[in-house]
Design a protein around this ligand. Sequence first.
Ligand code: SAH
Length: 214
Amino acid sequence: MTDDALQKMQFLYALRSSGVTDKRVLSAMEAVDRAPFITGIFNTRAYEDMPLPIACGQTISQPSIVGLMTQALHISPRDKVLEVGTGSGYQAAILSRLARRVYTVDRHRKLVIEAREVFDSLGISNITAITADGSFGLPDQAPFDRIIVTAAAEDPPGPLLEQLKVGGIMVVPVGQSDAVQHLIVVRKSETGFDYDELRQVRFVPLLEGLGKDV
Ligand code: SAH
């Protein structure tokens, strides 16, 4: 077996042993190479199940967490999805294989520009990446079938709850920024919201306003 094939097998094994069992999610993650989303010295560690540093002091999430969050969204091919926290663009690229259209926003313009370049280089055409404070969602494109927040909020942001369709699902890490957070699955119904706790996680904080590089 080549090194590449072995690394890929170990990558998929790590996902399955963390509880990522949905076939569509696994095949999306098999199809999207994580390496192009990591520039610099950490690039060689793309297939390890670890969060890694990216530009602007942010991190690309651990693949098994990306898998679990994606799985919890139960995305259908007709869905319009909002991601808050583009970061490297890796999570958005996974979503783009499962959904009809993905809107992804980040407060750092540099990250949005770099992510767009990676999407273009991979021929991904159903992602719109926008520089914005995602706590307010994207009112122009709302409502969304699914919303994923990849930075930790103290509470699920109100505008995002509003911009979720009835029948929609949102996944969001909730808790104090420097402590352990809980990954929450929110389901919106005619009568209100149901909350489920998935597991403990650790994400960078959801911050107000745009990043300083803008
Ligand atoms: N999903 C990313 C990882 C995200 S790291 C990936 O796949 O690589 C969290 C990101 O959330 C950071 O890039 C950070 O800039 C962004 N972020 C934090 N607060 C935000 C806000 N209010 N609006 C938009 N993006 C925000």
